[in-house]
Design a protein around this ligand. Structure first.
Ligand SMILES: [Zn+2]
Length: 103
């Protein structure tokens, strides 16, 4: 998607290209991609790679030792108290119940 978009975006600001890429990705895949630690996704000038300002790229990934303070991941882990998964095999298939405990 980034390659297709970069082919028709010469002369436009990077931030405008990034916003349009996110909009196309949301529409095409029905999912909103975002960095859980507040990083910003940046498309390379040639459109061949996307890099997160916090986590790097697929070829050069980075990971913090712990979630960044006040990030959505940090808040989620602070509230997390446990999880239970129950699998039940029934005639019509496998039923899965996931219970997530939060403070
Ligand atoms: Zn990230």
């Amino acid at each position: 998607m980034a390659r297709a978009l970069s082919a028709k975006t010469s002369g436009r600001a990077d931030s405008e290209i990034d916003r349009e890429l996110h909009r196309f990705a949301d529409q095409f895949q029905g999912v909103h991609f975002f960095c859980p630690e507040g990083g910003r996704y940046v498309v390379a000038a040639d459109g061949k790679a996307v890099t997160c300002s916090v986590h790097g790229s697929a070829l050069a990934p980075r990971q913090l030792l712990a979630p960044a303070g006040e990030s959505s991941t940090d808040k989620l882990l602070r509230d997390f108290t446990g999880m239970t998964v129950t699998l039940t095999f029934l005639e019509d298939g496998l039923h899965v119940t996931v219970s997530i405990g939060r403070k």
